[in-house]
Write a protein that binds this ligand. Structure first.
Ligand code: ADP
Ligand code: MG
Length: 699
């Protein structure tokens, strides 16, 4: 197998190599131009590509094609059409046209649109994104597409991502030119998303409605062993897990997804996969595919892959780390500290732009990680707090301080004209300590946004980050515009000085998990938006609407619709959980509890009958505890149901979401505790579900 991997790699994508082989030269060149510069694609080129794509797909066993898109459900969507076309004589030919390649018209009316469709056009269409390669999966040719309404409103996550990449490209190239860099014509965002997940046995999974309907356990007494021994992290892989990971890698490699790292994570049954980074657009598609393939491969191994942010209480949940940087068309990473003064100026401007962006739009960054699932993680001392801050490390912080105070970094001398323009020593990469408690950490040549939940689409934080950085660069540009080249160094120095004074409040190199930080962040005036309903209203705040509309990422209507969808999503998720919990407790757990009380009573009675002098006090105590638990849980269910009914009857989406957070989830937590306590009393053989012990330690 091993020697075949280079051959296997990317064998299921319509790659550059295939294009070159299959397309006439002029058509190939026209397509490359579209891919590289985003230029319009003529219909004759599209036709030519369609023919080549179909030929390649059919050769590789495909019978169908689908426009593949990312509606606001957070999942991907597909509708398959076969290539067959009756040729009139009772026979068929395999046919695929340029028109079918570039545009599709799925019935869009059942996808969430947050009211957009009512205001605008009812139909939606999908448009081919030639910058992300088409691929074959399960006998179907998948064509990555953007999904829009007929009047042009984005109904998906790809469209705004592409728009934000364009906005950032525009501002970054403008800035580089101003700084005297004439070689760069394009700047792209790069992303490397690290993906955490859990694996559980499928048979056990199938016995738990909470896992099936909610992706997380709603109760379950902790196993005697959790993650306290720290023996799972980087531990040796169990054979079943190892076989799974191997198959997963192979499936991903076939699709040209560069899966690179795999290891056990902190919690039992938790693992991680990281690919080599790629341009944002491709990396986002790849991450969506990775999540899907993780689940599919698990099925084949009798496993289930859980991507929920918090499948189990009491042990770590799963996140997704969004590693982010900027790369020029000539291959320079703009967040790599340079070796020459000119490179340093460039580096410092872009570094400062990111710091400013995160400070000005910390609320949007928080929103980009907000979901009902991720609320269980953030601030739980296993993931960053809900407060967004930037970690730079001591040395880079000192560099910026030296600029702020006009002192040479390292020498502490007064300087006037210099940007600390001694070449930044190449310390940064090796020395940035691994502060795992920071939500947004500089890690040597990129930033790592660590708030994101494991199931989230990586598109969202990158839409925010790209746009916010584009805005910061635009503002810097205004400040520097008109500066003579010989004065640029001084001007940049002054710019950074002003910017760092204004934005240093967002920089925090300490322990993000500590209570002191929460206090200090408040004093610094940083946002601490604890829950999803706390943070979502910031999405429609004036400054944020202004940001997105200025850079043509979202129209105001698109923002409002997304806001509605996010609120509804949150409420629906919590309501499903509440109903699942009610059902599991009522139909399975309480009967088990009752049965055990009955069994115990029967046992005590026969004991007495057998030998009257024997004491039955421990049975009596047990029955009392079981009965108490029964009553507490029954009462709790009643209260929960009342709250669910209230939320269901609440028209206002924000109010409903707040009810979910402040009332329903609180009642569910109380029920969880009661059920966990009761579970400890009941023998495993009488429990209707597999326990935490079984779920976490049976692989
Ligand atoms: P760690 O767990 O220490 O954070 P990993 O190696 O697991 O490190 O993940 C680092 C991720 O960052 C990888 O996906 C890697 O490809 C990605 N990465 C590295 N350089 C860049 C870059 N310039 N832009 C975006 N992502 C990057
Ligand atoms: Mg990481």
């Amino acid at each position: 197998m091993n020697k075949e991997i280079p051959e296997l790699y990317g064998s299921m994508i319509f790659s550059d190599k295939v294009m070159r082989k299959k397309l006439p030269k002029d058509m190939y060149r026209a397509l490359r131009k579209t891919i590289e510069n985003g230029t319009h694609l003529e219909l004759d080129v599209a036709n030519s590509v369609a023919v080549a794509m179909k030929e390649w797909a059919v050769e590789n066993g495909a019978t169908h094609y689908t426009h593949w898109f990312q509606p606001m459900t957070g999942f991907t969507a597909e509708k398959h059409d076969s290539f067959i076309s009756p040729s009139g004589d009772g026979e068929v030919i395999m046919d695929f046209s340029g028109k079918e390649l570039v545009k599709g018209e799925p019935d869009a009316s059942s996808f969430p649109s947050g009211g957009l469709r009512a205001t605008f056009e009812a139909r939606g269409y999908t448009a081919w994104d030639p910058t992300s390669p088409a691929f074959i999966k399960d006998g179907t040719l998948y064509i990555p597409t953007a999904f829009c309404s007929y009047s042009g409103e984005a109904l998906d996550k790809k469209t705004p991502l592409l728009r934000s990449m364009e906005a950032l490209n525009d501002e970054a190239v403008k800035m580089l030119k101003l700084l005297g860099n004439d070689t760069v014509t394009r700047v792209s965002t790069t992303i490397g998303p690290e993906q955490e997940y859990f694996l559980v046995d499928k048979e056990q999974y199938n016995k738990r409605k909470d896992l099936i309907f909610c992706g997380r356990t709603l109760f379950g007494a902790p196993a005697p062993k959790g993650q306290e021994m720290e023996d799972h992290y980087f531990g040796s892989l169990k054979p079943r897990v190892s076989a799974y990971m191997h198959d997963l890698d192979v499936e991903l490699w076939k699709l040209g997804i560069p899966a690179k790292t795999k290891h056990n994570e902190v919690a039992p049954a938790q693992h991680e996969l990281a690919p080599v980074f790629d341009t944002a657009n491709v990396a986002v598609d790849h991450n969506q595919l990775t999540m899907e393939i993780m689940k599919n491969v698990a099925e084949k191994h009798g496993l289930v892959c859980l991507l929920h942010e918090k499948p189990f209480e009491g042990i770590n949940g799963s996140g997704k780390h969004n590693n982010w940087s900027l790369i020029t068309n000539d291959g320079v990473n703009l967040l790599n500290p340079g070796r020459t003064p000119a490179q340093n100026i460039q580096f410092l401007v872009f570094l400062m732009a990111v710091i400013k962006a995160v400070d000005d739009y910390a609320d949007l960054m928080r929103i980009s990680a907000a979901s009902a699932g991720n609320d269980h993680r953030l601030g739980g001392n296993e993931a960053p707090p809900a407060i967004v801050s930037v970690f730079l490390g001591d040395e880079l912080t000192a560099v910026l301080e030296s600029i702020e105070n006009d002192t040479y970094f390292g020498k502490q001398e007064k300087v006037q004209l210099d940007i600390g323009a001694h070449v930044l020593p190449h310390f940064v990469k090796d020395n940035t300590d691994r502060n795992r408690t920071s939500p947004f950490a500089f890690t040597g040549n990129k930033f790592e946004f660590r708030m994101l939940g494991s199931s989230a689409s990586v598109a969202t934080p990158n839409i925010v980050l790209n746009t916010a950085v584009a805005e910061a660069l635009a503002q810097f540009y205004q400040e520097l515009e008109g500066t003579k080249p010989e004065d640029m160094e001084k001007a940049v120095h002054e710019l950074i000085k002003r910017a760092i004074r204004k934005h240093k409040k967002i920089i925090f190199n300490g322990n993000g998990y500590s209570d002191e930080w929460i206090k200090e962040a408040k004093e610094r005036g940083l946002y601490n938006l604890i829950s999803t309903p706390d943070c979502l209203p910031q999405f429609i705040a004036d400054k944020n609407v202004a940001l997105f509309t200025k850079h043509h990422i979202f129209t105001k209507d698109e923002i409002l619709s997304r806001y509605e969808i996010l609120l509804e999503n949150y409420t629906k998720t919590v309501m499903i959980e509440a109903r699942t919990m009610t059902e599991m407790l009522t139909k399975d757990f309480l009967p088990a509890l009752n049965a055990y009380a009955g069994e115990t009573a029967g046992h005590a009675a026969s004991k007495k009958a057998f030998m009257p002098k024997l004491s039955t006090s421990s049975e009596e105590a047990l029955i009392e505890s079981l009965t108490e638990a029964y009553e507490t849980i029954t009462r709790g269910i009643k209260q929960l149901s009342a709250s669910v009914a209230e939320a269901a009857g609440t028209e206002d989406a924000l109010k409903a979401a707040r009810l979910c957070h402040a009332d329903i989830l609180v009642k569910m937590e109380a029920l969880r505790l009661a059920a966990n306590e009761a579970e400890e009393l009941i023998p495993d053989s009488l429990l209707p579900y597999p326990t935490y012990d079984q779920l976490l330690f049976s692989l």
